[in-house]
Design a protein around this ligand. Structure first.
Ligand code: UDP
Ligand code: MG
Length: 309
């Protein structure tokens, strides 16, 4: 019998934990052909979430509760879940029921039909703040231009096969975004659309500033474009001011026209130097990025399957 692990990161969700568990139990009852493991990772909650998780574990032996020492953030909580799950597949869900557990059978069906990753695409979130909405659109657009296609509106609500889990545990980078990593691995992916309902209890703990930080880390770790732009810009500034300087010299010294005052020479030579510095800066950044890529120590290639005797 195959085992499915559900992985739920929990940060200040004391009211949602029992609801979530109930919803998961209902789904498990609808899928009697599978064993379930309900894994919850308490990410340093400051409310009674852990007590709820202890209770959940006592009430149902399929519940595995993991308590982190402090708040590491959702991405690392998910990592802890992935590294500790035993399932043949794992499904990530948010504790606030914004990722409806009722959809799990659809994920499982696609998985049984050969998908190695079943990703979900959020159609629209009712009452998502305008800033978050615009922010997420902007983020996907920029990531797209950076040449790293994270599929727009995919969420962490995903099912991944054991093969994917085995690859994910090899990643050692600290700043990570699961969605990006899973896409990076390149396994066969199927999509499910869903409408995210409103959060049931508590408040969304992903503040705008936390999201911005996550977006910046993702851009930095998936793309060199921001670095390259710096040096392109520097090169452009240097080139333009160099040409301008030549024109000014000709006007001043060949035609002996007082059109350009001495101060304009100072200004243009300043921008020229600025351009050179920016270019050098960009090169420096490229070297650093090489070091960064190496120290991230990502796996060099990914094996989908190994045929052995
Ligand atoms: N979460 C977490 N650690 C954090 C912040 C959030 O484990 O530092 C969990 C949270 O309990 C929830 C999920 O991540 O299960 C999504 O969080 P939230 O609902 O705040 O984010 P949003 O719905 O705005 O994406
Ligand atoms: Mg939420």
């Amino acid at each position: 019998m195959k085992t499915i692990s559900t992985i739920v990161p929990v940060y200040n969700e004391e009211k949602n934990v029992p609801l979530m568990l109930k919803a998961l139990q209902d789904v498990a009852a609808r899928l009697p052909a599978y064993n379930f493991e309900f894994l919850f990772v308490n990410d340093g909650s400051r409310d009674g979430s852990w007590e709820e998780l202890e209770k959940a574990h006592k009430s149902d032996n399929r519940v595995v509760s993991i308590d982190l020492t402090r708040n590491f953030g959702k991405e690392l909580a998910l990592t802890a879940g992935v590294q500790n799950c035993r399932g043949d597949a794992a499904i990530f869900l948010d504790a606030d029921l914004q990722h409806p557990p009722e959809l799990i059978p659809q994920f499982v069906e696609k998985w049984e039909n050969g998908a190695e990753v079943v990703a979900s695409v959020r159609k629209s979130t009712k009452k998502k703040s305008i800033i978050k909405n615009i922010g997420s659109k902007l983020f996907y657009r920029i990531m797209h231009y950076c040449g790293t296609g994270i599929t727009p509106n995919t969420t962490d609500f995903k099912l991944i096969d054991r093969k994917v889990i085995n690859e994910l545990v090899k990643f050692t980078e600290h700043k990570r975004m699961f969605r990006g990593l899973i896409e990076w691995l390149g396994f066969r992916t199927e999509y499910i659309e869903f409408v995210a309902p409103e959060r049931i209890n508590g408040v969304a703990s992903y503040s705008v500033s936390k999201l911005v930080r996550l977006a910046v880390y993702s851009m930095v770790s998936y793309s060199l474009l921001p670095l390259k732009l710096t040096s392109y810009l520097g090169f452009l500034i240097a080139a333009v001011s160099f040409c301008l300087m030549c024109v000014m010299c000709v006007v001043r010294f060949v035609y002996r026209s007082p059109f350009f005052s001495p101060i304009s020479f100072v200004i243009v030579s300043n921008t020229l130097v600025l351009g050179i510095i920016l270019t050098a800066f960009g090169f420096l950044a490229l070297y650093i990025s090489q070091i960064q890529t190496e120290t991230m120590n990502r796996p060099l290639y990914v094996i989908r399957e190994k045929l052995e005797k």
